[in-house]
Design a protein around this ligand. Structure first.
Ligand code: IPE
Ligand code: IPE
Ligand code: MG
Length: 239
């Protein structure tokens, strides 16, 4: 904590929460226990991010590719999400957290969609940390949906080809209104992006750690931020 520069806190941190299955395997438990334990990490990281006045925390919870997993695991993850929202919503609300999502929620069961909607509505007027949960999220799917909307507006002559700027394209993505991530963290030692925020991470700093997501805590977030603060961001210029 002492090494941290409180004036250089990333505005937006995105996390690929990976390694739940391997955590479970290591503890000789079923994969579901790893996902369950992952909730502890979420709780701790939200608390720390709020305390540090991070503006946006985007958490990759379920990808468009995760439907390939056994049905049993997919439905466990849905159940866990609903339970999490029901159980934590009061505490999140008290912490002034705003819940948002990115991804195509229409693929989820209605009761899951309703629970998410409720959490969003309840926290919409808060002004603390934006907890942005990526659910049935895939960057290519997001860009495809954005293109479809842009094509429709173009056809209706609401926008012209001059409007195809970075800013306007960004405004059709699910992350509209949010700053781009400054820092992208992936846990569990994998060094890939897995279809996450491809457009938005153009200039994010990448941080990979071997810590498995269920073991990740506020102090690991601090480590990542301290590492981020040692980097020189040049954005193509000379710094
Ligand atoms: C991340 O942990 C959670 C989700 C993708 C939902 P994994 O379940 O991918 O864990 P590993 O990669 O198998 O260890
Ligand atoms: C990325 O993790 C998706 C989430 C964390 C939700 P995966 O475990 O699904 O990614 P791959 O398959 O190893 O790339
Ligand atoms: Mg994984």
């Amino acid at each position: 904590m002492n090494e941290m520069d409180m004036t250089q806190i990333p505005r937006h941190i995105a996390i690929i929460m990976d390694g739940n299955g391997r955590w479970a395997q290591k503890h000789k438990l079923p994969r579901s226990a790893g996902h369950q334990q992952g909730v502890e990490a979420i709780r701790d990281v939200i608390k720390m991010a709020s305390q540090l006045k991070v503006r946006v925390l985007t958490l990759y919870a379920f990808s468009t590719e995760n439907w390939k997993r056994p049905e049993e695991e997919v439905s466990f993850l849905m159940k866990l999400l609903v339970e999490y929202l029901k159980k934590e919503i009061e505490e999140l609300h008290k912490q002034n957290v705003i819940i948002r999502t990115i991804g195509d929620l229409s693929a989820f069961p209605l009761r899951v969609q309703r629970e998410i909607e409720k959490a969003k509505e309840k926290t919409a007027a808060n002004n603390g940390l934006i907890m942005n949960i990526a659910l049935n999220y895939g960057s290519r799917n997001e860009i495809g949906r954005a293109l479809k909307t842009i094509a429709e507006k173009y056809k209706e002559q609401i926008i012209s080809s001059e409007d195809f700027t970075d800013e306007i394209i960004g405004a059709y993505l699910d992350t509209k209104g949010l700053p781009d991530p400054d820092l992208l963290i992936r846990t569990s030692g994998e060094k890939r992006i897995s279809n996450f925020l491809l457009w938005q991470i153009a200039y994010a700093e990448l941080y990979f750690t071997d810590v498995l997501w269920p073991d990740f805590r506020g102090e690991d977030l601090i480590k990542a931020i301290v590492d981020y603060q040692l980097r020189q961001r040049r954005f193509g210029g000379l710094g």
